[in-house]
Design a protein around this ligand. Structure first.
Ligand code: NDP
Length: 290
């Protein structure tokens, strides 16, 4: 589907639009004739793209961790284009390390961008989407939002948190005709891994690190971000977009295997789970939730 008529162009609000996946989403939307509000802290690359797409692209400098700036930027976007149809919460970063190695700032900074940033954007856009009675919010999670592993525990925590609030948002937003989709990409060649942070290593973990290094394949398993943009476009243009969409074969297989393992463990422990429930009258003072 192409929207070559400017009048009918959709308006996208994409965070982390200056690089990697977000940049490809931005280019794809512009190529199809849609309008884009491109968000990043450094908008130099978006300004270069503007020379090609002119008034169809509005680059705005924003750090998504600043809640009041997020609200002001969404307002600027609405004043400029009159509406927002598609929101992609894509801005993100990654810090790797063993849980014990993380300092407080590192834990908080991971949550600030990957979780709080997305919450602020959703809170800022929802009033406009509710009034419109339409819109589609896309949350860029990760396979790390479904499965956690050594060295990526805090990154995963931020993506699990993103998924947790997005499931609730999807149900609340559906009431107003707004769609929410959580996207779980596998590996793509972007700046994420070039810019990723590392904790200060604790030597006690050296042997575990060596074990993990043996498990990692040296073969390339990452893909061209353009493929992710094409998949996102298919999903957005579909009649009935899903709550969750996995991008990539390797992560697809991992997710299925992980879900099957969860079900099998739940079933193995079913009798213990069921034994922990036997309804009794509410203790005094407990009211019904209003
Ligand atoms: P990149 O590093 O290439 O892009 C990250 C983008 O986010 C940049 O545009 C960056 O711009 C922006 N950004 C980072 N922090 C902030 C902030 N505080 N405020 C506003 N913008 C910010 O990485 P990717 O394209 O790979 O990452 C995009 C998303 O995809 C992330 O959420 C990541 O977790 C997820 N993902 C990526 C995978 C991959 O293999 N690449 C796999 C699974 C998930 P600037 O620094 O100028 O602000």
């Amino acid at each position: 589907m192409t929207f070559s008529n400017v009048e009918h162009a959709r308006v996208w609000f994409i965070t982390g639009a200056s690089s990697g996946l977000g940049y490809e989403f931005t280019k794809k939307a512009l190529e199809l004739g849609d309008k884009v509000v491109g968000i990043a802290r450094n908008i130099e690359k978006l300004n270069e793209l503007k020379s090609q797409y002119e008034e169809m692209l509005l680059p705005l400098r924003l750090d998504v961790t600043n809640r009041s700036d997020v609200f002001a930027t969404v307002e600027t976007a609405i004043k400029h284009f009159g509406k927002i149809d598609i929101v992609i919460n894509n801005a993100g970063n990654m810090i790797m390390g063993m849980i014990e190695e993380f300092n407080e700032d590192e834990v908080r900074s991971q949550m600030e961008t990957n979780f709080y940033g997305a919450v602020w954007v959703c809170q800022a856009v929802m009033p406009y989407l509710r009034t419109q009675g339409s819109g589609h919010i896309i949350q860029i999670s990760s396979i790390g939002g479904l499965i956690s592993g050594p060295m990526s525990g805090i990154y995963s925590a931020s993506k699990f948190a993103l998924e947790g609030f997005s499931e609730a948002l999807a149900q609340e937003a559906a009431h107003f005709g707004i769609k929410v989709t959580i996207v779980e990409p596998g590996g793509y060649w972007t700046n994420l891994y070039l810019k990723m942070g590392f904790t200060v290593q604790n030597q006690e973990y050296d042997s575990l690190r060596e074990e993990l290094a043996k498990q990692y394949s040296t073969d390339s398993v990452d893909s061209d971000p353009k493929l992710a943009a094409e998949a996102i476009m298919k999903m957005i243009n579909s009649e009935n977009p899903p709550l969750r969409l996995i991008l990539g074969s390797i992560v697809y297989d991992l997710a299925i295997e992980n879900a099957e393992q969860r079900i099998s463990t739940w079933k193995e422990w079913e009798s213990v789970s069921r034994s922990a429930e036997h309804g009794i009258p509410a203790p005094e003072g407990y009211g019904i939730i209003e």
